[in-house]
Design a protein around this ligand. Structure first.
Ligand code: TSJ
Length: 645
């Protein structure tokens, strides 16, 4: 903290104030410690942080609407109709309470005590962190017919809290506008869809709360989320591109040991489980006690029901949790006063009372529901019985395959042209569509570090196939063997033989479809490869332009036009449009698509926070209700994001 900075601020500074500024200075020095990352993800976190404070006000029962605006300059405004952050003097700090909220680290949620809070949870670093990382931030509070306002710059108080005008007597609320500091964030442009996904989720999790998101950078871009049914509607939304096995969403709600429990679920005809668990509205990707409680309740309750009603005979084995969760879409949401997060990434709920609470609420209400609704009970038990049989068949297929050594990497597939370097960090594998392109790629590659695996035709759509069929599929077996990691329960990322897995397909609709099939397989069976950033899409050029014995490659129509503008367009260019990888010879393929010095690769990334959306993308694309395949690569800018040039 330099004196110069102190001098620049008008307030009277006591010792406490200096401490405060040092606190925020620490946030600016090590932003990653407070918001995880200064990438686009961190940028968006700032919004969630502020919105979560308004959601707390809604959970406390005082706020029904939140408006979020992406302003033209990429500043963000969040406004609620709650009670307004208190403007009175904070007895200890000697400054208004609202100023404490914005200038004292971890002050969020200190007043008013009690109740369940979103902020102060896992991500709840507090509004002061947002303030510290903003070029400027202004807060307005509507209270008692007055508009109170205060401004801060990079965490420093710039103006005293003052009344700047009157407002309607009845109007109450808080409005915060902040501009993320460009010297801190690598990316300062907000993505509407990213905010939209997360705010939709927040609205699902807080029944009836109305959230409006507006993009002032574009005309008429606005969405409103408000769900009377809360997480019940969340389940309907997640199942919208699937075929549900019964028409209603099963819903349980209750409080036990001060844990408020809400669970909603519905089965569909797919073979995948899509369960998302939340604690105080925060996603827990690693689950924890609440998820365990849910699983116990489901397994126990359905087995009891099936036995009692003779759907399971005496000699039959119990249904496993896996059997009962095949095709299950579920949301588990608990609210708890003092959540404890555990595990390596502190994303796993540790409170054991949450396990008991969820188990008790679900067991009791589900038992009752099944007795009242035998038609639905029967559908679910029959689905699980089918799963039980299929699982036995899959185990058999997997063991047969394994006995033959087909999945062991010491029996590498014949089609694989492996590289010679044995350090996986240096190695990459190109998964190439078709034998002819595979041939060119084999000729073009750097043998030491680049392996080529040609696949014939379209690979199996794992979204529509059961495990036994998947394990029997030749193309899939070949990939599993080449990667070396094993699959599913046996997956071990430390055995990965190539740190870059590069999917190389034609730059057309069919190619995009094959990429999608590949990504679906990886996403369902080896998601860690995507999460840890090992999966890439090669970008072959669309056009080749020749003029005066010089060659240019264009990877998009825009780029083609740019090149033609530069070199002039006349009869002397021969423009070639590539219809497929097969049209390029080895040298062309090397210089445009494979040479690490010149190529463009798209890294496939996945944000845990928007994972439900990724799941939805795959089922939308690959499930029964397929339509918009063509748009996959363009439309999934969110999924296919980081450019690695
Ligand atoms: F993040 C934030 F602090 F900047 C922020 C807080 C941002 C936004 C958009 C809203 C809020 C916010 C805080 N909305 N509503 C409140 N409520 C209170 O701070 C509040 C009001 C009254 C009482 C009370 O006990 O009377 C207690 C609290 C916590």
């Amino acid at each position: 903290m330099s004196n110069e900075k102190l001098g620049a601020v008008e307030n009277d500074y006591g010792a406490e104030q200096i401490q405060i500024l040092e606190g925020l200075e620490a946030v600016r020095k090590r932003p990653g410690m407070y918001i995880g990352t200064t990438s686009s993800r961190g940028l968006h976190h700032l919004v969630y942080e502020i919105v979560d404070n308004a959601v707390d006000e809604a959970l406390a029962g005082f706020c029904s609407e939140i408006l979020v605006v992406i302003n033209k300059d990429n500043s963000i405004t969040v406004e609620d109709n709650g009670r307004g952050i208190p403007v009175g003097m904070h007895p200890k700090a000697g400054i208004p309470a609202v100023e404490v909220v914005f200038t004292v680290l971890h002050a969020g949620g200190k007043f008013g005590g009690g109740g369940y809070k979103v902020s102060g949870g896992l991500h709840g670093v507090g509004a002061s962190v947002v303030n510290a990382l903003s070029d400027w931030l202004e807060v307005e509070i509507f209270h008692d017919g007055n508009v109170y306002k205060q401004r801060y710059e990079r965490g420093n108080t710039i103006t005293k809290l003052e009344i700047v005008g009157p407002c309607a007597k009845k109007k109450t609320g808080t409005k915060v506008t902040f501009k993320p500091d460009e010297s801190i964030f690598e990316e300062t442009v907000y993505d509407f869809d990213t905010l939209k996904t997360r705010l939709r989720e927040t609205a699902f999790l807080t029944k009836n709360l109305k959230i409006v998101l507006k993009d002032a950078r574009e005309q008429k871009k606005e969405v409103t989320f408000q769900y009377e049914g809360g997480i019940k509607e969340f389940v309907t939304y997640l199942n919208k591109s699937k075929t549900a096995l019964y028409d209603r969403v099963i819903y349980c709600e209750g409080i036990k040991d001060k844990v408020y429990v809400e669970v909603a679920f519905q089965h569909n005809d797919s073979y995948n489980e899509s369960t998302y668990s939340f604690v105080n509205n925060i996603l827990t990707p690693e689950g924890g006690m609440h998820l365990t409680g849910f699983r116990n309740a489901i397994t126990k309750t359905f087995n009891d029901y099936a036995r009692k009603n003779k759907l399971l005979k005496e000699k039959d084995e119990n249904l496993t949790g896996d059997d009962l969760r095949e095709g299950l879409t579920a949301i588990i949401s608990v609210k708890i006063e003092d959540p404890q997060f555990e595990g390596q990434t502190k994303q796993k709920l540790g409170n054991s009372e949450a396990r008991g609470a969820v188990d008790a609420v679900v067991s009791e209400q589900l038992t009752y529901f099944l007795e009242q609704t035998p038609s639905v009970a029967k559908i679910i038990v029959e689905k699980a019985l089918l799963a039980q049989r299929a699982r036995a068949a899959a185990r058999h297929a997997k063991e047969t395959t394994r006995r033959k050594g087909a999945l062991d990497s010491f029996k590498l597939p014949g089609k694989l042209a492996d590289c010679s370097d044995k350090n996986p960090e240096n190695c990459e594998i190109f998964i190439v569509e078709g034998d002819s392109a595979g041939g060119s790629a084999k000729d073009a590659r750097t043998r030491a570090t680049q392996a080529i695996l040609p696949l014939r035709g379209k690979i199996l759509n794992v979204e529509k196939a059961r495990l036994d069929k998947i394990f029997a599929n030749a193309e899939i077996k070949t990939m599993i063997t080449a990667f070396g990691t094993g699959i599913h329960d046996d997956f071990d990322i430390s055995k990965l033989r190539y740190h870059k897995i590069i999917i190389m397909t034609d730059a057309d609709v069919d190619g995009a479809h094959i990429s999608t099939l590949m990504l679906t397989f990886l996403y369902r069976f080896m998601p860690e490869l995507i999460k840890q950033g090992h999966v890439y899409l090669a970008q072959p050029p669309l056009y080749k332009v020749e003029r005066n014995k010089k060659t240019w490659y264009a990877y998009s129509d825009d780029e083609l036009n740019k090149i033609l503008k530069e070199i002039g367009r006349d009869g002397n260019n021969k423009i070639q449009r590539y219809k497929g990888l097969g049209e390029m010879d080895a040298e062309q393929l090397w210089e445009t698509t494979m040479d690490p010095e010149r190529r463009v690769l798209l890294r496939v990334s996945m944000d845990e926070e928007t994972e439900s959306e990724v799941d939805l993308t795959f089922t939308t694309l690959m499930g029964d209700k397929v339509e918009p395949r063509r748009e996959f690569i363009e439309a999934n800018a969110k999924f296919v994001k980081n450019l690695d040039i």
